[in-house]
Write a protein that binds this ligand. Structure first.
Ligand code: C2E
Ligand code: MG
Ligand code: MG
Length: 536
């Protein structure tokens, strides 16, 4: 039972997560609904066009059928005479016997049917309008209706072979129409066929006079060659038939549009994402360099500054370097960020050549950069091309670096090289790393920057921690200068003074400020500085 619990919890959290993503699907559902509505509207026109095509095709098919029978009658005519001999009867009967649909065939002469396959000799006069229709058609073929003795409607095809003479064939209307009806039924049309002005066949729903259902629209088709016409009734089922026929296209379009929408949305989200904005900001030089003064408390003079970056995000406002620096490291662009800092500080130092006479400027290096051969190459070239500046630059590396042995060896080699190039090297945030006090012994650093966590609680003598004392002893032993970070109060200054710490960085003197403000600040007198820091 207990082993089931984690599984149930996992299932619950997965379900919850699924529900939180559901609102994202609303636009996709709307896309599907819109495409289906549009498709239903278009289906109205598609159906009308399809019905027109089907109506014309049905008429053409029936015409072809009439003509194929007429052709057979023409083929038969040389072997059948109007005299109605045994051979004539036999000829007519075997023709009917071999046909699937024909029920009777006959011969007419001088406007009178003289012989039929069923009854033999006959004397049935043909209606004059039929004869004149036959005479007026170009292919000498026509159709007609007549009532049989048993009351059934018979459908005739006439093929003239001479003056008022020829052959005819009789078939039930339903058999004649069988060639087209299944297709009309499949498409759910109502239909009604007329020969001359008589209905010969209708479906059950719209059976000519007795209309059981109101159709949505009605279309008429008639043959140009024969007195044959077709009425098609379009109803909801017909529309539904075409809608279902094209439903795969509708789904495909909705899917394509949804994928398109999701791609655009994803791109917009990506654009709005902090990663995208950061890369953009780096590309367009939108990360600013601020300087925080470092003050010698024995003289109260500014001796240097630390370059600290500030990113003013267009929509999210100021973003802390504690957030965007690790992000830049993760995205592999921290080298570019630091190179930009170098180019900004180089411009600043060139614009203020006296700065380097009595100030240094420190730059933070990421752990990735210390073991990045191309970045070290950049610093090598920088030192080469700026020999006047390099001695005033203090590179800060944190102690908090979890290197493998190989990386550590490479980092130490690189630090050695940087020192040889003329850079000064500081160990930053000292005391917070997990290398204990070992890392500091592996390289001879110029400066130790004590992290602000050790300064924070420094109110009075009783709050001085043994760790702080031993860090300062270690720095003295290794002949390193000490800078205390995060100094905010006069009490902290007083305690640090007692401990022999000379260099201070902290809000007590100044927050990180823009380079112009820094120049104004570092030019101030001691008195002005104290009154300013008291006001912040
Ligand atoms: P960090 O190098 O230790 O910089 C000192 C941080 O302490 C700065 O924070 C500074 O504003 C803050 N600070 C200074 N005085 C006081 C104080 O009196 N009280 C308090 N509470 N804080 C004080 P910031 O500017 O937010 O930078 C944070 C960290 O981001 C830096 O720590 C550094 O590790 C990193 N960083 C900043 N700029 C760069 C850069 O260009 N490259 C790299 N790799 N890291 C940078
Ligand atoms: Mg630093
Ligand atoms: Mg620090």
């Amino acid at each position: 039972m207990k082993s089931l619990e984690p599984k149930i919890n996992r299932l619950n959290s997965t379900t919850k997560e699924m529900f939180t993503h559901l609102p994202n699907l609303v636009p996709v559902v709307i896309i599907f609904l819109l495409v289906f509505c549009l498709s239903a509207l278009l289906n109205f026109y598609h159906t009308q066009i399809a019905v027109k095509k089907d109506g014309n095709a049905s008429i053409a098919e029936l015409e072809n059928y009439i003509e194929s029978i007429a052709y057979e009658l023409h083929e038969l005519s040389p072997y059948i005479s109007y005299h109605c001999n045994d051979s004539d009867k036999l000829g007519l009967r075997s023709y009917v016997f071999n046909s699937d649909m024909l029920k009777e065939a006959g011969v007419y002469y001088q406007g009178v049917v003289t012989c039929t396959s069923n009854e033999g000799k006959a004397n049935i006069p043909l209606y004059p309008p039929l004869l004149s229709r036959l005479a007026n058609t170009s292919n000498k073929v026509t159709i007609s209706l007549s009532q049989s003795k048993s009351g059934f409607t018979a459908f005739f095809i006439y093929a003239s072979t001479g003056e008022r003479s020829g052959l005819n064939a009789l078939l039930p209307p339903s058999d004649f129409l069988e060639t087209v009806i299944p297709k009309l039924q499949e498409r759910r049309y109502g239909y009604s066929f007329k020969v001359l002005s008589e209905h010969i066949y209708s479906d059950n729903i719209y059976n000519g006079n007795n209309r059981l259902k109101e159709p949505k629209s009605i279309l008429y088709f008639s043959s140009q060659r024969y007195p044959l016409s077709l009425t098609l009734y379009i109803n909801n089922e017909s529309y539904l038939f075409y809608f279902v026929q094209h439903i795969w296209q509708t789904i495909l379009i909705a899917c394509v549009l949804s994928v398109f929408y999701l791609l655009i949305r994803y791109q917009m989200l990506a654009k709005r994402s902090i990663e995208f904005s950061l890369i953009n900001a780096i590309k367009h030089d939108r990360i600013e360099m601020y300087l925080q003064p470092i003050v010698d408390i024995t003289t109260e003079r500014v001796v240097g500054s630390e370059a600290l970056l500030r990113w003013n995000h267009p929509s999210q406002g100021q973003i802390s370097p504690d957030i965007f620096i690790p992000l830049a490291e993760k995205l592999g662009v921290i080298g570019d960020v630091t190179k930009q800092t170098f180019s900004t500080l180089t411009q600043f130092l060139h614009a203020n050549p006296t700065y380097t006479e009595n100030h240094y400027i420190s730059v933070n290096l990421s752990r990735n950069s210390i073991i990045d051969a191309s970045f070290i190459r950049y610093l090598y070239d920088y030192a080469d091309s700026h020999p006047d500046i390099v001695g005033s630059i203090l590179l800060e590396v944190t102690e908090n670096i979890d290197f493998s042995q190989v990386e550590l060896d490479s980092a130490l080699d690189n630090l050695k090289l940087l020192k040889q190039l003329g850079f000064q090297i500081a160990i930053d945030d000292f005391g917070t790393g997990y290398s204990g006090l070992n890392f500091i012994r592996l390289h001879s650093f110029h400066v130790m920057k004590i992290d602000r966590v050790f300064i924070k609680s420094l109110h009075s003598e009783s709050t001085i921690t043994p760790v702080l004392v031993s860090m300062i002893h270690l720095a003295n032993e290794l002949k390193m200068k000490v800078i205390a970070e995060g100094v905010e109060t006069p009490q902290q200054i007083a305690q640090l003074r007692k401990l022999g710490v000379r260099y201070i960085q902290g809000f007590y003197y100044s927050h990180p400020i823009k380079p112009d403000a820094f120049l104004a600040y570092s030019g101030q007198t001691k008195k002005e500085k104290s009154s300013k820091c008291l006001s912040t």
